[in-house]
Design a protein around this ligand. Structure first.
Ligand code: HEM
Length: 168
């Protein structure tokens, strides 16, 4: 494979990693805790969190597409790769574990995007109008935070398996 093409693939793979995993860690460690401290009694919290979701989610979906495409490029170019589900060396077994962790991240993302977020945004609109159930909003918000922390843990596992692969 052309070294320049492989280098471009690694570059895109790394940028997509920074956007997705970096974004998840920035949200959970910095943005959300400070948002809660500053906007705890302000109805602006609902709109602010909704805007963050609307900007971050399309970026994570795009990053996943880039990671899968460039991942297959890198996989097919790697000396340890012996074919689909050929797990005859440590590298390919680590790549399988990496894929299992990525699959977990995709499932978390789908539950967030198609179950938690729509319910949370409906509850937010009601809360913004001074209606709705504050406890219901808190419950959904806690579910969003919990699932995102699961995604952060799985993302760190992906990086861990990758580090072991790269060291081989
Ligand atoms: C959440 C998704 C993913 C993340 C965060 C991720 C992250 C990374 C990182 C940081 C590297 C190191 C690049 C370097 O050494 O410069 C890498 C390498 C690699 N990734 Fe991924 N990746 C993801 C998904 C995938 C997928 C879906 C595949 C395969 C289909 C894949 C296959 C590879 C391969 C083959 C390498 C090279 C490993 C080596 O040098 O031995 N990755 N990945």
């Amino acid at each position: 494979m052309q070294p320049l093409f492989l280098a471009l693939s690694y570059f895109a793979h790394l940028v997509a990693t920074v956007i997705w995993i970096g974004g998840l860690i920035s949200l959970t460690v910095f943005v959300w805790p400070e948002t809660k401290r500053v906007l705890v009694d302000s109805p602006a919290i609902y709109d602010f969190l909704a805007r963050l979701r609307k900007r971050f989610v399309p970026l994570t979906n795009f990053s996943l597409v880039v990671l899968v495409f460039t991942g297959f490029v890198q996989m097919s170019a790697n000396k340890y790769y012996d074919g689909v589900l050929k797990l005859d060396n440590d590298w390919s077994r680590l790549l399988l574990f990496k894929h299992v962790a990525i699959f977990g991240m995709v499932i978390c993302g789908l539950v967030l995007q198609y179950s938690v977020t729509p319910a949370l945004e409906r509850a937010s609109i009601l809360r913004e109008r001074g209606k709705g159930d504050a406890a219901e909003w808190e419950k959904l918000r806690k579910r969003e935070i919990r699932l995102t922390w699961v995604n952060v843990s799985l993302g760190l596992a992906v990086l861990g398996f990758t580090a072991l692969m790269t060291a081989l």
